[in-house]
Design a protein. Structure first.
Length: 192
């Protein structure tokens, strides 16, 4: 199912959905060894849902990894582990009623670990734990402008759980991207 480089300067591997620009017509398949065969003439962008995204078109500014969310049944024993075994102290906890969750943030350098405990049996965290067990639930990227980021991602065909930001812990504006569009990882965007 591979297509080869063409005069149109755009080539596509149908099996992976990856596009690449090539600097000249070629007779080799566009795959990982293409850069070895073409050297600096191969410049790659990426696609999602068969829509080409040129890296120059990315306007969204990701500032940093804001936090890593860990789903827990009860934050108390997990917090004890982080504090006593790893020496990471809590910055406090907060209940976010609209998400049916209690969060505990543990600052680590310029980022944080977020322990997320469900406050209701029908909450998203309780459902996650029931299906997958306790553990890493999401990764959060802090962005410069969450509204613009969501608009750009939607235009690129990325499936959004939240089309508009909602209130998260600490007064942050947050939104989630669907794992089916992010290679199985639940991604949260945050603006503070």
């Amino acid at each position: 199912n591979e297509k080869f480089c063409s005069r149109s300067r755009k080539a596509k591997i149908l099996t992976t959905g990856i596009y690449g620009y090539v600097g000249a017509q070629c007779d080799v398949p566009l795959h990982l060894s293409l850069t070895q065969r073409l050297g600096k003439r191969a410049i790659y962008g990426w696609t999602l849902n068969n829509k080409y995204i040129d890296e120059g078109e990315i306007k969204m500014k990701v500032k940093k990894i804001d936090h890593i969310g860990i789903a827990v049944k009860s934050s108390d024993p997990v917090l004890k582990f982080y504090e006593d075994a790893l020496g990471i102290k809590s910055a406090g906890s907060e209940t976010v009623e609209e998400q049916k969750a209690k969060t505990v943030f543990l600052p680590v350098g310029d980022s944080e670990v977020e322990l997320v405990e469900s406050t209701s049996p029908d909450g998203a965290i309780a459902k996650f734990i029931e299906k997958r067990g306790e553990g890493m639930q999401h990764i959060c990227f802090r962005v410069e402008n969450i509204e613009e980021a969501l608009k750009e991602l939607k235009e690129k065909g990325i499936r959004l759980i939240d089309e508009k930001p909602r209130k998260g812990a600490g007064g942050a504006k947050i939104a989630f991207l669907h794992p089916k569009s992010t290679y199985g990882v639940l991604i949260e965007l945050s603006e503070r």
